[in-house]
Design a protein around this ligand. Structure first.
Ligand code: AHG
Ligand code: MN
Ligand code: MN
Length: 327
């Protein structure tokens, strides 16, 4: 594969001579500029004085880190400067912001995912979702199923800073080259292996799981002599970006399912900022994504900050989870 920059990719994503829509290309480049800035802040950490709590809570009642707020402000400023975002919504803000009325896109983001990992120097990231602008005020235009997304992606700040992107026709990855700050394409048409021997779930919640999830994990744990007839490995980074990046890279299944801790909450992860963009990437990489009842991309959202149960990754595993949930 010839190494193309993100800009070159956007000028011809499928190497067929057709460019991405101009305004979408502008927005994705602008997002990548923000990710470079956030990556720099993250990499300097204590040197930039950006670690630790901001002493505030977000709309979901979660503690905000200084970096959550810095990343949020960076992305909101970018959305305004881009000129192509009609309105933007963030995990960190209660209400959607009107940005450039009449512009073609809506932008949603989790500015810093995995922020409990900031101080311990473990991978974190930014997740984004782009929807076509729609009529209505406030949250209303955003309430479109994930299948409507024009593009989605994330940037993981880890040993490398890597941007993973779908425009709805396959998944590509771009690694930031620190000396130049350029995002250079390092993977095309990413495909999640259909079969896997690796699962990701926070095992400390085992006693709270629903029966189908428990039955599925029990079978993985039974190993070679159990019904799956193979030994499984388990990983949990506690940054969805990093866990999903592993699934996209080498296969696996990632689960943050509903559990009995707070039975009235559908799950921990957020549909609009986390589950939808990751589900589009996973489906575009031939994997599957399920909430226990529906394909996540088919869910009609009812609210901007709606939570959802998430099971995604290698096709064979998600299909097995679907069977267990069908009873
Ligand atoms: P955020 O930092 O944006 O609030 O998201 C954290 C999420 C997700 O990244 C991760 O998969 C999950 O929380 C980890 O939760 P536990 O600490 O309950 O395992
Ligand atoms: Mn998150
Ligand atoms: Mn976050």
């Amino acid at each position: 594969m010839t190494a193309r920059t993100l800009r070159e990719f956007l000028a011809d994503p499928n190497e067929t001579g057709d460019a991405a829509p101009r305004d979408l290309a502008i927005l994705i480049e602008a997002i990548s500029d923000s990710c470079r800035t956030i990556s720099y802040l993250v990499s300097r950490g204590a040197l930039a004085g950006v670690l630790g709590s901001a002493g505030t809570g977000n709309v979901q009642g979660e503690e905000q880190k200084q970096l959550d707020i810095l990343a949020n402000d960076e992305l909101m400023a970018m959305a305004k400067a881009s000129g192509v975002v009609a309105a933007a919504a963030s995990e960190e803000e209660e209400e959607a912001r009107t940005i450039s009325p009449g512009a073609p896109y809506l932008l949603l983001f989790d500015p810093l995912d995995g922020s409990s990992n900031v101080e311990v120097n473990v991978s974190i990231g930014t997740i984004f979702s782009i929807l076509p602008a729609a009529a209505g005020e406030g949250a209303a235009p955003f309430l479109q199923p994930g299948r409507n997304q024009s593009a989605a992606g994330y940037c993981v700040y880890g040993p490398q800073t890597t941007l993973v992107l779908t425009l709805g026709n396959g998944v590509a990855a771009f690694t930031m080259d620190p000396p130049t700050g350029q995002f250079v394409q390092t993977a095309a048409k990413i495909q999640i292996p259909e079969r896997t021997k690796e699962f990701a779930i926070n095992m400390s919640n085992m006693r709270h799981w629903a029966d189908p999830v428990r039955a599925y994990v029990d079978e993985c744990l039974a190993g070679e002599t159990g019904p799956r007839a193979k030994n499984f490995n388990m990983r949990w980074i506690a940054s969805m970006v990093a866990d999903v990046h592993r699934v996209l890279t080498r296969g696996g299944v990632f689960m943050y399912p509903w559990d009995k801790r707070e039975p009235n909450k559908p799950g921990k992860l957020r549909l609009m900022y986390e589950a939808n963009p990751m589900s589009l990437l996973v489906e575009q990489a031939v994997g599957k994504s399920f909430d226990g009842q529906h394909q996540i991309l088919d869910i009609q959202p009812a609210g901007l900050h709606q939570r959802v149960s998430v099971m995604l990754g290698s096709r064979e595993e998600v299909e097995l989870l679907e069977k267990k949930h069908a009873g």
